[in-house]
Design a protein around this ligand. Structure first.
Ligand code: NAD
Length: 422
């Protein structure tokens, strides 16, 4: 093995996960890079790592963690936010997990999360949203929520192509848009900030393909493409068109059924081949409503970047909030698991944040390795812990008679349940 890292310590045991055709070749004892993260990452990172390795061991496996650095810990070690060797280590090992990283608000500081996703071309952000028994929720029937959101991860307004108001660049772009592109009089006089919203055929199609393949493999009934194409016709609208093209042209009709005119017509009367995955379109604003009012009608959602960000947080709230919402970013034969939540600076370093979201992100990562039994054990042990009333502060304040545990104690309680259930 030819490792040449400067500050990353390579574990003595374990082997690299490699690519095998379209999939992965996972050794018995893989090396997995881990970023604990900023803010509450310092609390939930080590706690989740302990739970994940306990579950792996309980199912006869062994993970060799390799600490890699980004954000605050990287500034301390390397004097920069995202060292090249962190990106290279994740690229080289293919599957990794990270806690949250802080993005200070303001110009000149690019989100490290977005940078990692773009550099590694992790084009699909996947967030399964399902109810865990015992978790307090604002909904009457939270158990109806069982959705998986696929959010495009590399383009849209998150591509970072924007110009600050008052700069020469912003004025140049404005002039071009007004004079050369004939949009005179559309923008207000005076200073104006501008941004671009690129949405490509390639980016849209590969994301929708991923969502459809997931639906087929996991016996889901429906993929809903969520966009705002009635207003943003050549970006969001094209996303919908390209997505429906994938459904229509790349799969046999009895496997995937592209619902005609689903944006404007109810699909109750449509004759769908038995066992086929139906692919339909919905407008993003209406979808936020349907998600709450008709939760059980939706299954897999595929969306451009911004819609995906909003909708997946809203879906997470329906099943108990950010502390338990997991996620993972996928590219071709690559996975970087990360929770939906951020670094919650107000709660940082107090051993109180909820590590569940990071633990369940680890579950997703293990399932990607084909370790389904490890994943199931993690879910069962988390559910057992929460339903016995042992919870962190965020859930404790919403339930009666709960026992408030710190991050470390809560993780220990999950580990005990892992031992008990295995
Ligand atoms: P946040 O998710 O960090 O926190 C919002 C609120 O949710 C917190 O105040 C807290 O009350 C609660 N919360 C979140 N996670 C929790 C947990 N594990 N346990 C208990 N309560 C929890 O969102 P924010 O305040 O908007 O962002 C803070 C920072 O995190 C920003 O710098 C932002 O850019 C960054 N961020 C990073 C990621 C990522 O790393 N992928 C994602 C979102 C935000």
């Amino acid at each position: 093995m030819s490792y040449d890292y400067d500050k990353i310590e390579v574990p003595e045991g374990g082997e690299k996960i490699t690519k095998d055709g379209d999939g992965l070749d996972v050794p018995e004892e893989p090396i997995i890079p881990i970023i604990h993260g900023d803010g509450i990452g310092k609390d939930v990172g080590p706690a989740a790592q302990k739970v994940l390795e306990t579950a792996a061991e309980a199912t006869g496996r062994n993970v060799h963690w390799m600490r890699v650095y980004a954000g605050e810990t990287a500034r301390e070690k390397y004097d920069e936010n995202l060292p090249d060797e962190t990106v290279e280590a994740i690229r080289e090992h293919r599957v990794a997990i990270k806690g949250p990283l802080t993005t200070p608000v303001g110009a000149g500081f690019r989100s490290l999360n977005v940078a990692l996703r773009q550099t590694l071309d992790l084009y699909a952000n996947v967030r399964p949203t399902y109810y865990l028994d015992g978790v307090p929720s604002p909904m009457k029937a939270p158990e109806e929520m069982d959705m998986v959101t696929f959010r495009e991860n590399t383009e849209d307004v998150y591509a970072g192509i924007e110009w600050e108001a008052g700069t020469e660049e912003a004025e140049k772009v404005r002039e071009f848009v007004e004079d050369d592109m004939d949009f005179d009089g559309v923008m207000h006089e005076g200073d104006i900030g501008l941004g671009l919203k690129p949405i490509s055929e390639k980016g849209s199609k590969r994301l929708v393909r991923e969502a459809i393949d997931y639906a087929i493999e996991n016996d889901r009934d429906k993929v809903t493409l969520v966009h705002k194409g009635n207003i943003m016709k050549f970006t969001e609208g094209q996303f919908g068109e390209w997505g429906m093209e994938v459904a229509d042209e790349e799969y046999p009709d009895d496997e995937v059924f592209a619902a005609p005119d689903s944006l404007w017509e109810e699909q109750d009367e449509v004759d769908i081949p038995e066992d086929a995955v139906m692919v339909e379109e919905r407008l993003a604003d209406a979808m936020l409503q349907w998600m709450q009012l008709r939760t059980d009608e939706f299954d897999v959602l595929a969306m451009p970047n911004l819609n995906g960000d909003y909708l997946s947080d809203a879906a997470g709230a329906q099943i108990g909030g950010l502390g338990i919402a997991p996620g993972a970013n996928f590219g071709d034969a690559r996975c970087l698991a990360e929770p939906v939540h951020g670094s919650a600076p107000k709660r940082a370093g107090q051993d109180m944040a909820n590590p569940t979201a990071l633990i369940l992100s680890g579950r997703l990562m293990f399932e990607y390795l084909g370790w389904d039994d490890t994943g199931e054990l993690i879910r069962d042990a988390v559910e057992e812990t929460i339903s016995s009333g042992k919870v962190t502060y965020d859930l404790e304040r919403q339930i009666e008679g709960g026992e408030k545990l710190g991050t470390t104690e809560y993780a220990e309680a999950i580990c005990e349940n892992i031992e008990k259930l295995s």
